[in-house]
Design a protein around this ligand. Structure first.
Ligand SMILES: [Mg+2]
Length: 247
């Protein structure tokens, strides 16, 4: 069966940087993705917590199908749906309170994505990191059941409860050119585990990047190994994800 390839961005296609705006995109990455997309008949998408526009910026001038903000927004065949900040008034108010609560912590970054918000403490000392985590947890609790908290690597993110990367992948799989293919998803973070579960359930292949415990069935060591695999696939190597090392 032909494959549909879904790729997380940070920590999967690019190495994680101290600040989210500081990631370096390997100059070969875009041409590799473009060739691979062609080989897959267009069935290649980025599935990320970042906004679609930020991914476009990193990968310009190419435009890929993208599920952004963990699936809150999705662009396929050039059409963007979801992700409007004005649809989230309660979240907007909570973002303002969050900003006030950590205003004295220079090492804590608030990444306001409109329909979601991420609090980053990668650069913070342990006590400041603990405070940032407590603040984002309190904000998520105040918002109630319409939103949920996702904890990742030195980041806590509040997203609409209905949005997950698993839902985003299933939404892509309902339409051309993805429908009828076998989903393969590569991700590096605990927030990707929810998508590994649905991909496994649907008979696809899940690939965890890095060393942590996972329910993924396959594993790659790091973004460099991911790029080497994608390059080989783009160059015509057999598209056989079952041959990847077991997790
Ligand atoms: Mg990631």
């Amino acid at each position: 069966m032909s494959l549909a390839l879904f790729l997380d961005f940070d920590g999967t296609l690019v190495e994680i940087a101290p600040r989210p705006d500081a990631v370096q995109v390997d100059p070969d990455l875009v041409p590799i993705l473009e060739r691979l997309r062609e080989r897959l008949g267009g069935a290649l998408a980025i599935v990320t917590g970042r906004p679609v526009g930020v991914i476009d910026d990193f990968l310009k001038p190419a435009r890929f199908d993208v599920a952004g903000l963990h699936g809150v927004e999705r662009r396929t065949a050039g059409a963007l749906t979801g992700g409007r900040a004005e649809d989230h008034p309660a979240l907007r108010a909570e973002v303002q309170r969050l900003q006030a609560r950590v205003a004295d912590l220079d090492s804590v970054l608030i990444e306001d994505k409109g329909a979601s918000v991420a609090v980053h403490w990668r650069l913070a000392a342990p006590e400041d990191a603990a405070r940032a985590e407590a603040v984002v947890k309190a904000a998520a609790a105040a918002l109630g059941a319409e939103y949920r908290l996702q904890l990742g690597k030195a980041v806590g993110e509040i997203v609409p409860a209905s949005a997950t990367k698993g839902h985003a992948i299933r939404a892509f799989m309902e339409a051309t050119p993805y429908a009828g293919r076998r989903a393969v998803f590569l991700g590096d973070d605990r927030t990707d585990e929810i998508a590994f579960a649905s991909v496994n359930e649907d008979g696809g292949v899940s690939v965890r990047v890095g060393e942590s415990d996972t329910i993924a069935t396959r594993r790659l060591a790091d973004p460099e190994a991911v790029r080497a695999l994608l390059r080989a696939w783009a160059d015509g190597a057999p598209l056989d994800p079952d041959a990847l090392p077991p997790a």
